[in-house]
Design a binder for this molecule. Structure first.
Ligand SMILES: NC(=O)C1=CN([C@@H]2O[C@H](COP(=O)(O)OP(=O)(O)OC[C@H]3O[C@@H](n4cnc5c(N)ncnc54)[C@H](O)[C@@H]3O)[C@@H](O)[C@H]2O)C=CC1
Ligand SMILES: C[C@H](O)[C@@H]1OC(=O)[C@H](O)[C@@H]1O
Length: 256
């Protein structure tokens, strides 16, 4: 097992990529702190996830705390210390992408997206890194960035800068935290079928377009991200830091 007895914290783990990553971490021997928004609808999803993790013989606890709050990272870390003795892996995954055109972008939509995806992430990564430094045994931090860190989207002008910001945060943190043995990397998913893009992909023309742009011939699913996240979290990637891993079925390189 790649993460035996490791303590893993994942934000936005109630569903989608975060959920798939939590389950794979547990399969690989980790105990998991599940960060979620705190909403009632997420709570039932989280309860089910905890049950599934326990069936795998591992433990999980949930912390309901919005990603945009600067104190959320501290709460997640406190739960990991209390229940699992520390933090070995921190996965910053929570995110939103409310598709909207640029010229009439509401200020609130822009600010909510930046606060949820990037500002909250900054303080959460800082909280995890402080704990890892205190522990003195290194650690792994992984940000779920996006192919959108590298290319634009006309309906994503509020979103793509947050994903580029996360990628940049991992690069700078790799330098800042390398001396403590803390590795910082990013995964860059392409188009993965989850709730975040359900409405967008319900347009069959858009869906077909995205599929045709993907050399592997299909959109991704959350489980496609679980392996890359576990790899970067594990000692298999012990000399990998400041790196980014595209997990996009080849979409980014597909010019013609
Ligand atoms: N699905 C895709 O095509 C891609 C997704 N991503 C990124 O992957 C990450 C996960 O998204 P998906 O699993 O695709 O979508 P999703 O919508 O299924 O999952 C998002 C998760 O974040 C949580 N979340 C949202 N707002 C939150 C808040 N304020 N506080 C705490 N948790 C909150 C949700 O409850 C959910 O658990 C996001 O950061 C997204 O930007 C990146 C590239 C592509
Ligand atoms: C939500 C989008 O479908 C998804 O998010 C991303 O980061 C990619 O750009 C995809 O378009």
């Amino acid at each position: 097992m790649l993460l035996n007895d490791k303590s893993v914290v994942i934000t936005g783990a109630s569903r989608g990529i975060g959920r798939a990553a939590a389950l794979e971490c547990a399969r690989q021997g980790a105990n998991v702190v599940i960060g979620y928004s705190g909403s009632a609808s997420s709570k039932s999803q989280v309860d089910e996830l905890i049950r599934e993790i326990e069936q795998l013989g591992r433990s999980a606890v949930a912390v309901g705390a919005p990603a945009e709050d600067a104190e959320t990272g501290d709460k997640l870390v406190a739960a990991a210390v209390e229940h699992f003795g520390g933090v070995d892996v921190f996965v910053n995954n929570a995110g939103i992408c409310p598709f909207h055109s640029f010229l009439d972008m509401p200020r609130e939509t822009y600010l909510k997206t930046v606060d949820t995806n990037l500002n909250g992430a900054y303080f959460a990564v800082q909280a995890a890194a402080r704990q890892m430094q205190r522990q003195g045994r290194g650690g792994a931090i992984i940000a779920v960035s996006s192919i959108s860190a590298l290319v634009g989207g006309g309906m994503q002008t509020h979103y793509t800068p947050t994903k580029a910001g996360l990628l940049s945060l991992m690069q700078s943190c790799a330098i800042a935290l390398g001396p403590y043995g803390i590795r910082c990397n990013a995964v860059l998913p392409g188009t993965i079928e989850t709730d975040i893009n359900k409405d967008d992909l319900s347009d069959s023309e858009k869906r077909r377009y995205m599929e045709q742009r993907t050399p592997l011939g299909r959109l991704g699913n959350p489980e496609d991200l679980a392996g890359p996240i576990v790899f970067l979290a594990s000692d298999m990637a012990r000399y990998v830091t400041g790196a980014s891993l595209l997990v996009d079925g080849g979409m980014y390189v597909n010019l013609q």
